[in-house]
Unconditional design. Structure first.
Length: 201
């Protein structure tokens, strides 16, 4: 039984390492996806005003932000009319958000299942304590307390991991939502600009 109890702690430790890896990878990815949207859009629209659409697309493609991706999609489809522009922006936005959102679900799942895994370890630990009491005529109080503490440590570890994973998931989710808002703002601005330019033409 002790082997099973130790396995549970090792599983929790492995999930903790996985959580840190996922959080760090997503943190770096989301940080790269953030730009100063106001300054970026101001520069792109100035270039579009000069009639150089290709240069505006090139500037967008130099950025790794979703706002730049949707603006690039809108400019490349500007000749198709307002409906085509909006559809291309929506498709590009959904695809980019899907890429940014990947693996975030892993943190949410770890946060949800780690307390149950810890509780499983505690149950196994207490089963081990009961088994020790039944199999030995002389069991000291210290042995019982030691077994109980080892069993409860699994629940404590599971709860600690759940709290940490929830905090990591929340921090990434807030950052992602901010990026989505910026992307939607850029998309709305470029669609409005290109639509009005098409009507003026």
């Amino acid at each position: 039984m002790t082997i099973f109890s130790d396995c549970v702690l090792w599983i929790i430790a492995a999930l903790a390492v996985l959580s840190l890896v996922v959080w760090f990878e997503r943190f770096v990815g989301l940080r790269r996806a953030q730009i100063n949207v106001h300054d970026f859009m101001k520069g792109v629209i100035n270039i579009l005003d000069s009639g150089n659409d290709e240069e505006a697309v090139a500037i967008c493609e130099d950025e790794s932000a979703p706002a730049a991706a949707v603006v690039s999609a809108a400019i490349r489809n500007a000749s198709g009319g307002p409906r085509k522009i909006k559809d291309s922006v929506d498709a590009e936005g959904r695809a980019y958000v899907g890429r940014l959102d990947r693996r975030l679900a892993a943190l949410a799942i770890i946060a949800q299942v780690s307390p149950a895994i810890g509780l499983l370890g505690t149950v196994i630990g207490f089963v081990n304590v009961v088994y020790s009491v039944n199999s030995s005529s002389l069991v000291s109080r210290a042995d019982l307390l030691n077994g109980a503490m080892q069993a409860l440590s699994s629940t404590a570890a599971g709860l600690a991991l759940a709290i940490a994973a929830t905090v990591m998931y929340g921090s990434l989710r807030v950052r992602l939502e901010r990026i989505i808002v910026e992307m939607e703002g850029a998309a709305s601005q470029i669609v409005g600009y290109l639509s009005s330019r098409g009507k003026a033409a």
